[in-house]
Design a protein around this ligand. Sequence first.
Ligand SMILES: Cc1ncc(COP(=O)(O)O)c(C=O)c1O
Length: 387
Amino acid sequence: MFRIGKEEIKAVKQVIESKDLFKCNGGLQETMHCEQEMKELFGADNAILMTSGKAAIIAALVGCGIGPGDEVIVPGYTYIASAMAVLATGAIPVIAEIDETCTIDVKDVERKISRHTKAIMPVNIQGFPCDMDALMKLAKRHDLKIVEDACQADGGAYKGKRLGTIGDAGALSFNQFKIISAGEGGALLTNNRTIYERAFIYHDSSAVAYFGGQLDEIAEPQFCGVEYRTNEIAAAILREQLKKLDGILHDLRKNKKKVMHALKKDFRFIPSNDINGDCGTTLAFAFDTEAQARKFAAAAGVRGTLPIDTGKHVYTRWTPILEKRGAFHPLMDPFKMDANKHLNHNYTLDMCPKTLDILARTVYVGVNPDWSRADIRNLIEACKAAV
Ligand SMILES: Cc1ncc(COP(=O)(O)O)c(C=O)c1O
């Protein structure tokens, strides 16, 4: 989270004073306004605020009709929640390599498509845009859905379109570590009416009709869902955060480009599928060897990290998935379901060697939109001194 302050405090105060924190009571209707503002800002036909980014991914997959018997291709480098979201629908995540951009490798996705594949999940990790043109083309050729995980890329873009709005559905996250935040929260974006209706029914126990008449125009038959409904306090915070989003992105991109420009003769950066749409949150240095990367990351003033070391973002650390415990009850475990027995879940620690190699030779340095000139100068000098 980058910028939060008096505007959010005022907005929360108003909600509390209204004594109406539930989204369907006809109070300030912060959730409804937030969804409307999000649709306009992102250029999406539909938006649903939810309790988390993972909730939004699951609802998007449910909306796409994904379930037992289906494979969904996810990159081996993403937060574990992306792959777990697939399991939550009863489907099986098939794990693909990333390429030098640190996003899903389209060629490997193509190799992993089987007759059971129903969807691809591009993940715009660290705000890096995926190769959406190639993925969309591939999906069209094989009649697959695209569910974009843009949880680390709120507001980012690919060729002028916001990440999360290019495929069939997309998910944003607003947890503490994201570009904009309400502490926790997420949103589903989609231009597809059927996906929207199913996700809407799913995210609210199918009960919204009862509370607020919001399902009155919904044609899809109701089914049993879960409870991912958001509340008016989170929505009020997010309305203020949305107003700040493009300013944050502008300054992140400006600061990232300043550092990259100053260091372009001394360093190699990972390639980008769209540097102008990149969120700018992360400088990503590419090295030839892990030893070089580790030396640079540890140098005074650089404060670098290697993505290979990041907690649950590398498939080798997805313990419950690698050990195939897909649910709390065996009969609900996708790995044990008859419909999934013949699917591709022969996971091994070395199944994506290219991913492990790239992540071990890359160094991330976090960017802040509010860096001073001196902050930028100090970082540039520290990087130059480190080689
Ligand atoms: C790539 C990615 N996908 C999904 C999620 C899940 O988001 P949330 O924590 O809001 O459920 C995260 C959260 O960190 C993430 O980084």
